[in-house]
Design a protein around this ligand. Structure first.
Ligand code: HEM
Length: 177
C-alpha cells in the first residue's frame, strides 16, 4: 500500500498534464528504478519530493499547491485500504485518530515508513488544532489529505496552517457546517 503514494501521484499527473509531461518529470527526477513503482512496493519518500519539485518546475505551479491538490486526490485511495475505517465517523475524531491508530497500522505493515507526528494542542466539538512535526516539513500534504477526508466523510472543514516554529506547524481544522 505504501507504493500507492507514488502510483497515485503518477496517475494524477498523467490525468491532469498528460503522459508526455509525466515522462519528462520522471526523466528529470533521475529515479532509481526509472519510476516503475508498484502499489504494493516501498520506496524512499525523498523520491516523491523530488518528483513534486520537478513537476513544479515544469508546470510553474508552486510545490505547496501541488502537495495540497495531491493530498486531496490521495485520501480516498488510501482509505480504501483500511475499509473497516470507512464508516460514519466525526471528521475531527477521525483526524485525531491518524497519529495513534492509522499511522500505527501503517508502521506495522512498513517499519521503514516515514511518517509525521501530530501533537494535539486543543480539541472541541467544532475545532481541532495540532502541531504537525516532521523532518519533511510538508504540512500542505497534510492539509490536502484532511480536505480529502472532509470530502470523503461529507463533513466540510476549513484548514489553516500556521507559521513554522521550531520545525512545527500548527494546523487548525474547523467544521464549517
Ligand atoms: C487526514 C488523514 C491523514 C493525514 C493528515 C496524513 C498525513 C500524512 C503526511 C503529512 C505524510 C507525509 C510524511 C510527513 O509529512 O512526514 C503521510 C505519509 C503517509 N501516510 Fe498519512 N495521513 C492521513 C491518512 C492516512 C491514511 C488513511 C493512510 C493509509 C491507510 C495513510 C498512510 C500513509 C503512508 C503510507 C504514508 C507514506 C509513508 C512513507 O512513504 O514512508 N495516511 N501522512
Amino acid at each position: 500500500m505504501k507504493g500507492m503514494v507514488f502510483t497515485e501521484l503518477f496517475e494524477l499527473v498523467e490525468e491532469k498534464f498528460g503522459y508526455d509531461l509525466l515522462d519528462e518529470v520522471i526523466d528529470a527526477s533521475h529515479l532509481e528504478n526509472d519510476g516503475s513503482y508498484a502499489a504494493t512496493g516501498s520506496y524512499p519518500f525523498e523520491e516523491l519530493l523530488r518528483i513534486v519539485l520537478n513537476l513544479s518546475e515544469k508546470t510553474n505551479i508552486p510545490v505547496p499547491t501541488l502537495l495540497e491538490v495531491y493530498g486531496e486526490h490521495l485520501f480516498p485511495k488510501l482509505i480504501k485500504v483500511l475499509p473497516f475505517l470507512d464508516k460514519e465517523i466525526d471528521i475531527l475524531d477521525f483526524i485525531d485518530s491518524v497519529e495513534n491508530y492509522i499511522h500505527v497500522q501503517v508502521r506495522k505493515l512498513y517499519p521503514d515508513a516515514e511518517l509525521p507526528t501530530f501533537e494535539v494542542t486543543s480539541k472541541s466539538d467544532t475545532s481541532l488544532s495540532f502541531n504537525y512535526v516532521s523532518t519533511k516539513n510538508i504540512p500542505q500534504l497534510a492539509k490536502g489529505l484532511i480536505l480529502g477526508a472532509a470530502k470523503h466523510f461529507k463533513q466540510p472543514v476549513d484548514v489553516t496552517i500556521g507559521d513554522a516554529q521550531d520545525n512545527k506547524f500548527l494546523i487548525t481544522v474547523t467544521k464549517t457546517s
